[in-house]
Design a protein around this ligand. Structure first.
Ligand SMILES: [Zn+2]
Ligand SMILES: [Zn+2]
Length: 253
């Protein structure tokens, strides 16, 4: 399996995953043009995309979906609550609904969608496996509960949200108190420290590839997020995705 983040942050998230004979996007929150450009830098044509998996309906994960699907017809995999919360002008014919908690095959990949605590309709994380190699998607969650840790057991690669540094969020003067409360709540986003605690709790001795994502531009930095991850995991590869830079493609397993 090969994974590359096209970009990540509150202005848009999208990830490329290739394996099992299929090419997938997880979320489509960058503009269609940006996704096309970033796929091109990875040597991938948008026409190759066999499907788009959606974690939840928030616009930073879905804003490029309508234009992308019109231009490059593909399948969109999400649960019914997420589908119902998306704008009506996204062609419904492209939706393939899954049940949260279920597993389904896409080519040679096995996908498991599991619930995560976040303030959306029915947000999920994904565990994607090919031939005993597993990659986890954990973005947009307020805390890593037992179910989340269980779903990540034995993974070799993980994309995990490191949204904010707790001190920088407290000191931030741009955000009203209510917004800070939402971000820091049990159904908001993971701080660097919370993500590090989740990493320390994972039963995944073979975890060798980490992609840190969804960093706040004002309340975090790649240096702080990477330091937090290094303190708990000496993974062979730790990459930090930024809003405009994404990451190179990394092989997992
Ligand atoms: Zn988000
Ligand atoms: Zn969200």
């Amino acid at each position: 399996m090969e994974v590359a983040m096209l970009g990540s942050g509150s202005a848009g998230n999208a990830t490329l995953l290739r394996g099992g004979g299929v090419t997938l996007l997880v979320d489509a929150g960058l503009s269609c043009r940006q996704m096309e450009a970033r796929l091109a830098t990875l040597g991938v044509s948008p026409a190759e995309v066999d499907g788009i998996l959606l974690t939840h309906e928030h616009t930073d994960h879905t804003s490029g979906l309508r234009v992308f699907c019109k231009k490059w017809p593909t399948r969109v995999f999400c649960n019914s609550q997420t589908a119902s919360a998306l704008p009506a002008d996204i062609p419904r014919g492209c939706f393939h609904l899954f049940e949260t908690g279920s597993r389904f095959a896409l080519g040679g990949l096995m996908v498991r969608a599991f619930p995560v605590p976040h303030d959306a309709m029915d947000p999920v994380g994904f565990r994607i496996e090919e031939d005993g190699v597993a990659f986890g998607f954990l973005t947009d969650l307020g805390h890593a509960n037992r179910l989340v840790l269980e779903a990540m057991r034995g993974i070799q690669g993980l994309l995990i949200e490191m949204n904010y540094d707790e001190e920088l969020l407290q000191q931030d003067t741009k955000r009203p108190w209510s917004v800070k409360q939402r971000i820091a709540s049990r159904h908001g986003h993971l701080s660097n420290a919370e993500a590090a605690r989740a990493l320390a709790s994972l039963d995944a001795p073979e975890l060798e590839t980490l992609i840190l994502c969804h960093l706040s531009r004002d309340c975090n930095s790649p240096r702080l997020a990477t330091e937090a991850a290094h303190q708990v995991k000496s993974s062979r590869t730790i990459l930090c995705a930024t809003q405009w830079g994404g990451t190179p493609a990394v092989s997992v397993g």
